[in-house]
Design a protein around this ligand. Structure first.
Ligand SMILES: Cc1cc2nc3c(=O)[nH]c(=O)nc-3n(C[C@H](O)[C@H](O)[C@H](O)COP(=O)(O)OP(=O)(O)OC[C@H]3O[C@@H](n4cnc5c(N)ncnc54)[C@H](O)[C@@H]3O)c2cc1C
Length: 560
């Protein structure tokens, strides 16, 4: 440390400015320069949907420190000792002479900038699907401040009456809420059978139902074939018909911006991201890379993955800076932990989904545990549905998902820590988590879920998924759907073809049921369903299972 090294960073949003600021802190003598082709840098890209929504009213709030100071070039020069060159594009990396060719986008002149160490933090770019009409006006991704600004202005001027969002990923669902809040009629079109592919189908369906309840039209399994209009978009053609549209948000994913690295001969992985080691070093020891432009290692599978998130980009920027300043540090990999708000729902996930785990060849047990996120008597209690994915052999937690208005984020953060610490569900069930009624139940939701998983692993709880039950019903299998709730609850809403024997009456009335029949017991959350199954088993019924998650997790039609 202490040498006057020239550290050049390409890309000035999350990973780039984090790396630059950290280097300047660790090595005050270093000459640190950030090259950013956009006009904005160090902005909160994750806040863009809330800016469109008008929850964040002023653009400056996305660009300022918590103390309200705008992070502009003067701020970086004076406070961080970092020279930021915005509206400047890096065109080429000359590794032999350790220099970067840059173009000033305002004046057009090109110069070479020399470096001793280089950090590539060029992020990712939105995928532009090759659909006819994709270049029409009012068809846009939401990736930058100017794009968000244009959407906001269009909506403010009365546009976006018919807004169509192509893609049901994280950005798509956040934008659905933002545009609906601005009074737009929103349709989401997703090619896959579900929105939010980062969740299992059963959990994603619940999110979809919530979006529909909030007025969003959700079309899954539908492909956009063309965008129509003269200059501006006026309709979206799909394989299921045509929709009017005066605003189209394209949110079909992002790809790593690795062109500069590839052209410079740096190693790039099969997923298109720059290959880095745990210290964020590329195949050239003088060049580091961090953020959305790199490929990550998945902490469970050990394989490569591309998970472009701001949480990761910031940590990696710091690790890259540490490494190039000689500070011992490493970035081990990711679990794909993510959270988003979908109207009143918190939707969060970490690790592997059940379908990912199965595709990876793992024998897993999954549990769905619904319940209030704090004691039911607290007015602030909200419902929450947790799903855990557990390796049957090792009993280790390998994945978790949360959906509902309750506080799912903190449970998923606990799950992420449990997976990181390689914990079994037996250990998780004894975790010393805090409790007081305004915050959580005495047995926290994740502890209850871990106990259900243990019961399942030990054969005490035999569950059946909603999907399996539905398939059986559709096939016309002889199945008794036993609802153990009260008659009043049953009257209000019930599953199709279910019968009602309240839990309290079951010991006296179980002879109304055929002992050889296949019985699926349930209630609202399957706690009474579980008790009912135990009563029936004790009475000699052999083929009884409990509906995973009960009615709360039933993603199909209900009768009211
Ligand atoms: C709408 C939206 C919502 C999001 N919400 C969340 C969220 O809630 N949580 C979360 O974790 N993540 C979220 N993300 C993702 C998060 O914003 C990104 O993961 C993060 O910004 C990545 O940081 P980065 O520095 O790697 O790349 P970027 O932020 O993409 O920055 C890269 C920069 O490099 C510049 N650049 C590229 N090539 C060159 C070049 N040749 N020369 C000069 N400059 C160049 C680009 O102009 C860009 O400004 C969201 C993203 C969006 C768009």
């Amino acid at each position: 440390m202490g040498t006057s090294r020239r550290v050049v960073v390409i890309g000035g949003v999350a990973a780039g400015t984090k790396a630059a600021s950290r280097v300047a802190r660790l090595d005050p003598a270093a000459q640190v320069m950030v090259i950013e082709k956009g006009a904005h840098f160090s902005y909160a890209g994750c806040g863009l949907p809330y800016y469109v929504m008008d929850l964040v009213r002023d653009q400056k709030d996305l660009l300022s420190t918590p103390a309200g100071v705008v992070r502009d070039a003067a701020f970086f020069a004076k406070v961080k000792n970092v020279n930021v060159r915005s509206r400047t594009e890096a065109l080429e990396i000359d590794r032999d002479r350790r220099r970067v060719r840059v173009r000033d986008l305002a004046g057009g002149e090109e110069t070479w900038v020399e470096y001793d160490a280089l950090v590539i933090a060029t992020g990712a770019r939105p995928v532009v699907p090759p659909i006819p009409g994709i270049d029409l006006a009012n068809v846009t991704p939401v990736h930058t401040v100017p794009e968000a600004e244009r959407i906001k202005a269009l909506v403010a001027s009365g546009g976006g009456r018919n807004a169509v969002i192509i893609g049901g990923g994280l950005i798509g669902v956040e934008m659905a809420e933002a545009l609906a809040a601005r009074g737009c009629r929103v349709t989401m079109i997703e090619m896959l059978p579900q929105v939010l592919n980062i969740l299992d189908w059963d959990m994603a369906k619940l999110v979809e139902q919530h979006m529909i309840a909030k007025g969003v039209r959700v079309l899954t399994g539908v492909r956009v074939t063309a965008l129509r209009g003269e200059d501006q978009v006026s309709a979206v053609a799909t394989d299921a018909g045509e929709l009017p549209a005066d605003l189209v948000i394209v949110a079909v994913g992002v790809r790593p911006n690795a062109d500069l690295a590839r052209k410079a001969g740096l190693a790039v992985g099969d997923l298109g991201g720059i290959t880095v080691d745990a210290r964020m070093r590329t195949s050239d020891p003088n060049i580091y890379a961090a953020g959305d432009c790199v490929e990550n290692t998945h902490l469970i599978t050990g394989g490569p993955c591309f998970v472009p998130l701001g949480s990761t980009a910031n940590k990696q920027g710091r690790v890259a800076a540490n490494a190039l300043c000689g500070v011992e540090d490493a970035f081990p990999g990711v679990l794909g932990s993510a959270v988003c708000k979908v109207f009143d729902f918190c939707v969060a996930r970490t690790g592997l989904t059940e379908s990912q785990a199965k595709a990876d060849g793992r024998d897993v047990v999954s549990v769905i545990a619904p319940g209030p996120d704090r004691p039911h008597y607290m007015p602030s209690a909200k419902s929450l549905l947790l799903k855990l994915v557990v390796d049957r052999c090792t009993r280790k937690l390998i994945g978790a998902q949360a959906v509902g208005p309750g506080a799912g984020d903190k449970r998923i953060d606990v799950a992420a820590m449990a997976i990181t610490a390689d914990m079994t569900v037996d250990q998780l069930a004894k975790a010393d988590l805090c409790y007081a009624p305004p915050f959580s139940p005495a047995m926290d939701n994740i502890i209850t879920a871990a106990d259900v998983a243990r019961n399942k692993l030990d054969g005490v709880f035999e569950g059946i998924s909603a999907r399996e039950v539905k398939e059986k019903l559709d096939r016309g299998d002889r199945l008794v759907l036993l609802d153990a709730r009260s008659p009043a609850e049953f009257e209000e809403m019930r599953l199709p073809r279910s019968v009602n024997i309240p839990l309290g009456a079951l010991r006296a009335r179980h002879d109304e049921l055929n002992k050889d029949a296949e019985i699926v017991a349930f209630c609202k959350v399957s706690l009474r369903g579980y008790e009912a199954a135990l009563i029936l088993k004790a009475a000699g019924f052999r083929n009884v299972r409990v509906l995973d998650g009960g009615i709360a997790a039933w993603p199909y039609e209900k009768e009211t």
